[in-house]
Design a protein around this ligand. Structure first.
Ligand SMILES: [Zn+2]
Ligand SMILES: [Zn+2]
Length: 572
């Protein structure tokens, strides 16, 4: 009895010593923004609750909108925007690629499953008109970390609590483990503060982002990645048999938020489907434009942050552009409490730091820059970027930049002619079907390829059109062909080399195929390995087959279709 009481007392003292300070209550904001949260999983994928319960939790947390991002391949039509419990609910999707997770917002249902390489998913989301957000780019878990920094992404999650606890879980030594145990003990008393205390700021992420902004706009957001489930292993959210119902949605919603500047207030009161659609369009437009900042509410809330940049050409807000050419005055107004420090950045470089005033101006030069503002929770636990604005892009009128064009091919080696499709054949797994024929057409013959994928799960079914090239494909450096399909799809162009060690190795580049004939060129130095290969790039002299592959990466199982190819040529 006495021992139990002593242990309870000891735990109580421990909690009292380790618990994060209560979040600061700040004066009401004056920046005219609304609060919302993106990156939420419902029970449609691996979250705990349905949209109604989640919206009710969002209302209790004081949010105006939420964005659901259940895992998927983009083929599900998103639910129309709706008001639930007075909270505007938007439906988006989080797509798994081989290079990390990518959220697609404001995108219609995709005509085929989106997946495979990150560069292709980014391209598909863009073509479909969606707004793509890199999710948890800094995750310590390799499969979740973003690895395709060359792709034209629209936005990046600069902070995500999921990465935070994974970092602690992977740290060596008892100290990190102890932090997690403390967090579990402290959580019931101050949930939002406890989760905020585990947030991790990646050092290289702001540098990567800044590099991207030199040429184009990239919106910064914060993702809450709410599941209301905590897997007990360092697994993918949801794939562990045992998960704690932690942290709850409401607590997650009090950790961090987007603060969005809208072109007009939301019409919450009417709550009709029409008004939900119109309001959603306004919220999405603001997010797309980067008219927002992020705040860690678990440290201090509600935040207020206004940034403007003015020069002779006018005044710009974060997310927008200002014409370079005359000196700039950048003004900051915030309700940040006294010890917090505000800094003005140009990309990855601080140009004016350590401001403790709540209202100040900075004189800046007239040249191009990417100005943004951070407020750090200095002298507070945790000490991190409490508020982060989007940038004001100071640009010169840019000369028309042409995309990088390669030298035109000087030599062609046709792969089939009017009379013969010699060298061509089909391949498929035992459960699928494939057939080809050469059809004479006005303007040149056409290879017709028909496929039917089975429903087999493993190994994945496939159907391929194959051209055998016994002497290799060197010294060519590209393959050009004119292609169309019955319906929009994505196929994988592959080079295959037999290996002495046994199984052949392949390299691939997937291409989008539409219902109208279009010329496509695949450069061999842009191919990437399929699985593990001896060399990163294909050894062109050892290649024995060129393949056009249809498989479940981008084609539904149990589906069939037709593809037509004209004028396939190896070039250099
Ligand atoms: Zn994810
Ligand atoms: Zn997620």
């Amino acid at each position: 009895m006495f021992a139990a009481a002593a242990i309870a007392a000891a735990v109580a003292v421990w909690i009292a010593l380790t618990i994060q300070p209560r979040r600061l209550a700040l004066p009401p904001p004056t920046d005219g923004t609304i609060a919302g949260v993106i990156h939420i999983h419902t029970n449609r994928s691996d979250g705990l609750s349905g949209p109604d319960d989640i919206a009710a939790a969002a209302r209790r947390a004081g949010l105006a909108f939420v964005v659901f991002t259940d895992h998927g391949d983009g083929t599900r039509r998103p639910d129309p925007p709706a008001y639930r419990s007075g909270v505007l609910c938007l439906d988006a999707v989080e797509i798994s690629t081989t290079g990390g997770h990518y959220i697609a917002l404001d995108m219609p249902a995709a005509p085929y499953p989106l997946g495979g390489e990150a560069r292709d998913v980014v391209e598909d989301v863009r073509r479909l008109g969606g707004f793509g957000i890199v999710a948890h780019p800094d995750s310590p878990k390799l499969e979740l970390r973003w690895r395709e920094w060359g792709a034209p992404v629209d936005a990046i999650e600069m902070i995500n609590p999921d990465s935070g606890w994974r970092v602690r879980a992977q740290e060596r030594g008892w100290r990190a483990k102890l932090t997690l145990v403390e967090a579990l003990l402290d959580y019931p008393f101050r949930p939002a503060e406890t989760i905020a205390g585990l947030l991790h700021e990646a050092q290289d992420l702001p540098v990567r982002w800044a590099a991207l902004t030199e040429r184009r706009r990239v919106v910064t957001v914060a993702g809450v990645d709410a599941h209301a489930k905590l897997p007990l292993r360092n697994a993918d959210p949801g794939d562990s048999g045992f998960a704690l119902p932690l942290p709850g949605y409401e607590s997650s919603f009090r950790v961090l938020s987007l603060r969005v500047r809208l072109e007009r207030p939301l019409s919450v009161m009417s709550g009709s489907p029409e008004s939900a659609a119109e309001d959603a369009a306004i919220v999405v437009r603001a997010i797309r434009a980067g008219h927002l900042y992020t705040a860690i509410d678990g440290v201090a809330t509600p935040p207020s942050l206004e940034v403007t940049a003015s020069n002779a050409s006018g005044t710009a807000h974060p997310g927008d552009e200002l014409a370079a050419g005359s000196p700039i005055t950048l003004r900051v107004r915030t309700n940040a409490p006294r010890p917090f420090t505000t800094a003005v950045w140009d990309g990855a470089r601080i140009v004016s730091g350590d401001h403790r005033e709540q209202d100040f101006s900075v004189a800046l030069p007239d040249g191009p820059a990417v100005y943004w503002v951070s407020v750090r929770s200095t002298e507070r636990t945790p000490e991190l970027t409490w508020a982060r604005s989007n940038p004001i892009y100071v640009r010169r009128p840019s000369p028309v930049t042409r995309p990088l064009v390669r030298a035109p091919a000087r030599e062609n080696q046709p792969l089939f002619d009017a009379r013969s499709a010699a060298g061509w054949r089909v391949e498929q797994d035992v459960t699928s079907a494939a057939a080809m024929e050469l059809a004479p057409m006005f303007g040149g013959p056409e290879l017709r390829f028909r496929f039917g994928l089975s429903g087999q799960i493993s190994p994945p079914p496939f159907a391929a059109l194959v051209f055998d090239t016994p002497g290799g494909i060197a010294p060519n450096d590209r393959l050009t062909f004119t292609i169309r399909a019955e319906r929009p799809m994505r196929i994988s162009v592959q080079l295959r080399a037999p290996r002495e060690s046994g199984e052949a190795e392949r390299w691939q580049r997937s291409v989008y195929v539409s219902a109208t004939s279009e010329e496509r060129t695949v450069f061999f130095d842009e191919l990437s390995p399929v699985g593990a290969t001896e060399t990163l790039k294909p050894p062109l002299n050892l290649i024995r087959s060129v393949l056009f592959v249809v498989d479940p990466v981008n084609t539904k199982r149990e589906s069939s279709g037709r593809i037509w190819i004209k004028q396939a040529v190896l070039q250099r």
